[in-house]
Design a protein around this ligand. Structure first.
Ligand SMILES: [Zn+2]
Length: 236
């Protein structure tokens, strides 16, 4: 079941308050139109009915797509993120999750689920783009590491995130973004992804057998260094 509540949002331009729906959790079987609204960003957009100003409203959301056994938890604060991480990785087995949506979901069972924890709306949408297209986010992160290491000026670009993008024509790219917006897009060939799926895929478990909930560049580095130790290759 989805959990939502209505809160008053004060328009930053005209100062008037209007009701806005905050989704603590979304279950796409109960609310199928949220599938689209989370992807488009509409779920987070408040449009002032008075002056038409649009604002992005940031809130924690547990996105659950039971038909695909997919769950993505987006936390807006470090504290919430750490708490969710501990619960999702079983560190808090003795503790009742404060988050009711998460508690209900875990109680219902998550066997064969792909579960991810993300620290930004961008990464929530990125994960959805990846899984919608039948790709593996772990391989995407590995591909990211390769593409970025080949970017001559990567160090000078003050980016916060590198996000996978898929063009309407099916083309692949990574977008470098920071708080100001996009710094640029680096296209890459699907063949590179396929190559990484073979190389990196051999070192990781099947997607639904992997207990990892945070899949980012750190995940890749940890796997690569573990593999290097196993084979005795020096990665320094
Ligand atoms: Zn307004």
């Amino acid at each position: 079941m989805s959990l939502k509540k209505t809160e008053l949002i004060k328009c930053p331009k005209c100062g008037k308050e209007h009701p806005f729906t905050i989704w603590g959790s979304v279950n796409t079987q109960d609310d199928p139109d949220m599938r689209y609204k989370v992807r488009s960003g509409e779920a987070f957009r408040f449009d002032c009915p008075e002056c038409k100003t649009g604002v992005n409203v940031n809130y924690d959301i547990l996105y659950h797509q039971p038909e695909d056994k997919l769950m993505i938890h987006y936390c807006t604060t470090q504290e919430g993120y750490d708490e969710a991480y501990a619960i999702l990785t079983g560190e808090h087995e003795d503790k009742e999750p404060a988050d009711k949506a998460l508690k209900d979901l875990l109680a219902a069972g998550t066997e064969d689920y792909v579960i991810r924890l993300v620290p930004s709306q961008n990464q929530l949408r990125e994960k959805l783009t990846i899984f919608d297209n039948g790709l593996d986010d772990r391989v995407i992160e590995f591909t990211k590491a390769i593409v970025i290491s080949n970017l001559a000026n990567a160090k000078e670009l003050a980016y916060d995130e590198i996000l996978f993008l898929m063009g309407t024509d099916g083309s692949y790219a990574f977008e470098l973004v920071n708080q100001e917006g996009s710094l640029g897009v680096v296209p890459f060939e699907k063949a590179l992804y396929d190559d990484c799926a073979v190389k990196f895929g051999a070192t990781i478990p099947a997607l639904r057998d992997d207990p990892a909930v945070v899949v980012d560049l750190a995940y890749v580095l940890q796997k690569v260094s573990a593999e290097a130790q196993k084979t005795g290759v020096n990665v320094n």
